[in-house]
Write a protein that binds this ligand. Structure first.
Ligand code: AMP
Length: 428
């Protein structure tokens, strides 16, 4: 019989790689906490309309990439393709902004898009991100870029490039969009089939095309940065000067637009050089009209989302050591049949504090040590007749007898000694 396999575009995260995920998740939570963002977990699926209304009905995501299905009562549901729409929905539903100038939230979890799977592109992938809802101030745009940059920096991923742009607002964007459409029509022979279509419905999206044939037309297209209204120019100026003062390196990207419709003013991406065409680790921007589009009162907001698979791929290619999960394990084995019954209570006692494994069968010492080593043990406890206990350090081979009353102290000392030796080895 043919065996089942992962569904195309999905991936098991198995022991051996999940440790990197845990480590990244820990960094994300630590930095979010320092910046005052609180976690929110929204459901994995929502009404389809939430996404079509917020992301934009003629975006690639809504047109081609959503996992949409009717439930048993015929309601159209969609697996979330991104996090912002759900957070905005939840914010409005629970009136989370009540009595607060700004509500700062973060999320982390799987997202689903029906894309062509390739390197760095999956159908189930993971993102973390923030949303700061309630203030139009440029301070929060900068803080959003800063918290994302800080997480990547804390994970040891560098050098990074922040690409900063602005997509204007409903005041200045329409005039620019007409100008761009005119320009693109004149050069439509150079555009790919997709862009010929996009040009009429959503010309800004053409600027985001990765197709090489469109490159020439995109490069000399007029930039929105030259057509911003005064308030949008001032807003961008403030973000720039705050980033400069804060020491966050960035470059102005004259053709940066993002794949979702809800952005206004600031847009940004953070890139890593190692990733080639798929170099964006994530991005975001301001979405001052989104909550109103979802039926709420006018409420400005700004946020980002980052791709966790991409970040982990970069970490791997840079050979970054993300060692969080290598605490020395304790392995307990009996050396006499009469001691076999004492293994379980001892293992249970040690597991209150440390990672511990135990076996009940008596084997010769060589076999015990081989199995302990295969299990990743740093310390082996050998149980003899009458409660005799021997502790063995795997890295040096040293062993000593220990009384059961002082077991925890002895283990603690050994763990410290093993950790010190490991860190010395890493440094040398
Ligand atoms: P987006 O929500 O499209 O702005 O994506 C934000 C980030 O999520 C991207 O920069 C990627 O790092 C990551 N990402 C988006 N789509 C995928 C995907 N299909 N597979 C893996 N990562 C993705």
């Amino acid at each position: 019989m043919e065996r089942f396999r992962e569904v195309r575009g999905t991936k098991d995260l198995r022991p051996g790689e999940i440790e990197r995920w845990h480590y990244l998740e820990k960094i994300v939570r630590t930095v979010m906490d320092r910046y005052g963002y609180l976690e929110i977990r929204t459901p994995m699926f929502e009404s389809t309309e939430l996404f079509s209304r917020s992301i934009g009905s003629d975006t690639d995501i809504v047109q081609k990439e959503m996992y949409t299905f009717p439930d048993r009562k015929g309601r159209s549901l969609t697996l979330r393709p991104e996090g912002t729409a759900s957070v905005a929905r939840s914010y409005l539903q629970h009136n989370m902004g009540r009595g607060k100038a700004v509500t700062k939230l973060y999320y982390m979890g799987p997202m689903f898009r029906y894309e062509r799977p390739q390197k760095g592109r999956f159908r189930q992938f993971h993102q973390f991100g923030t949303e700061a809802i309630g203030s139009p101030a440029a301070w929060y745009d900068t803080e959003t870029i800063s918290v994302f940059y800080e997480i990547l920096d804390a994970a040891g991923l560098g050098p990074l490039t922040v690409r900063l742009g602005s997509v204007g607002d409903p005041g200045c964007r329409p005039a620019y969009t007409s100008l761009l459409k005119e320009y693109l029509r004149a050069r439509s022979d150079e555009l790919c089939g997709n862009c010929k279509e996009r040009m009429e419905k959503n010309p800004l999206r053409v600027l985001d095309c990765k197709n090489r044939s469109c490159g020439g037309a995109i490069e000399s297209a007029p930039s929105l940065l030259d057509h911003l209204c005064e308030p949008c120019t001032a807003h961008l100026g403030e973000v720039r000067s705050t980033l400069e003062k804060g020491g966050i390196p960035f470059e102005l990207d004259r053709s940066l637009v993002r794949g979702l419709d809800y952005y206004s003013r600031t847009v940004f991406e953070i890139h890593h050089d190692e990733l080639g065409a798929q170099s964006a680790l994530g991005g975001g921007g301001r979405y001052d009209g989104l909550l109103e589009d979802l039926g709420g009162p006018p409420t400005p907001g700004v946020g980002f989302s980052a791709g966790m698979e991409r970040i982990i791929t970069v970490a791997e290619s840079l050979e970054i050591e993300w060692d969080g999960g290598d605490e020395p394990m304790i392995y307990v084995a009996p050396v006499e049949e009469t001691a076999a019954g004492d293994v379980f209570p001892l293992v249970r006692r040690l597991r209150r504090r440390w990672k511990t494994e135990g076996v009940r069968e008596v084997r010769n010492l060589k076999t015990v040590l081989k199995r302990a080593s295969r299990a990743g043990a740093g310390i082996v406890l050998l149980l003899g007749a009458g409660g005799a206990l021997t502790v063995k350090r795997m890295d040096t081979g040293d062993e000593t007898g220990v009384s059961v009353d002082h077991l925890e102290e002895e283990v603690e000392d050994l763990r410290k000694a093993i950790a010190a030796r490991r860190s010395e080895e890493r440094d040398s």
